[in-house]
Write a protein of this length. Structure first.
Length: 270
């Protein structure tokens, strides 16, 4: 089954639109972008479009790539006072202390669940909202009655937005989890035994049909741009072997964007 993330996101959009109208709140989301990145720009455009359609205002803060960590931290303090939720578009330039900057976001405005406090609460199951990609995965699994306990889950990549939160969530759900990194040898032996594969490394065509077993569940959260085309980590032909498959584009991406705004509303209900 190929998951239609756009359709699922539209359903969430209509629900959120109604909730916002009913609440009477004028919510504002701040999006911080440091430097330029073509893939990041695509995601920012999606978030702005989604926000406009549900009645949320967005303010994009474009900052120079050469900004220092300290200056960015000070700028974040200013931004956080002006908005109801904050997104720091990742990745940040290499010279920036990323976690130090992410932890400057107040927990009540941390829609991506990336500050140290929010991550800590998420690990122990106390966080009020889930990381957007985890919420998106959970939505797909619940909708399709997918059992997690005891399953072998292979997560490719340990990034802040996909790999790490997915790893924490699946462990907490009772799965056996393997996390593959750049230096992992012979990833084939892991992927071939996986019941569930989550990937988010931005390496187009990394996973081929012969690397997975029949009936595998694949969540492709990898994104890379090639000739102005958005590509995932999994070769599209793998869909024929999968019981659940999220394509790129149109799979987990739109659903994850929708969850950002679901978090924004949830964090501003009190």
């Amino acid at each position: 089954m190929i998951i239609d993330g756009k359709k699922m996101a539209e359903e969430i959009k209509e629900s959120l639109k109604g909730e916002i109208v009913k609440s009477g709140k004028k919510l504002k989301l701040g999006i911080v972008q440091v430097g330029e990145n073509s893939v990041s720009q695509k995601f920012i455009e999606r978030k702005v479009k989604f926000s406009e359609e549900i009645g949320v205002k967005t303010k994009i803060y474009n900052l120079p790539a050469e900004i220092t960590t300290n200056k960015l931290r000070k700028k974040m303090a200013e931004i956080c006072k002006l908005v109801d939720g904050v997104i720091i578009q990742l990745p940040l330039p290499q010279h920036i202390n990323t976690q130090y900057i992410l932890s400057s976001i107040p927990q009540k405005k941390d829609v991506d669940v990336l500050s140290a406090k929010a991550i800590g609460d998420f690990v122990v199951g106390k966080q009020n909202v889930l990381p957007p990609v985890v919420q998106a995965i959970r939505k797909i699994f619940v909708k399709n009655n997918i059992e997690i306990v005891g399953k072998n889950v292979v997560i490719i990549g340990a990034g802040l937005l996909v790999g790490k939160p997915a790893m924490i969530w699946f462990i907490n759900q009772g799965a056996t989890v393997f996390v593959l990194r750049r230096l992992t040898q012979n990833i084939f032996k892991f992927t071939k035994e996986a019941d569930i594969i989550i990937t988010g490394v931005g390496n187009p065509g990394l996973i081929k049909p012969e690397m997975v077993k029949e009936g595998v569940i694949i969540i492709d959260a990898g994104t890379a741009m090639e000739k102005e085309k958005l590509l995932g980590d999994v070769d599209p032909s793998v869909a024929s072997r999968a019981s659940i498959f999220t394509p790129v584009p149109g799979g987990i991406g739109p659903l994850t964007v929708a969850m950002v705004f679901k978090n924004l509303l949830a964090l501003n209900k009190k």
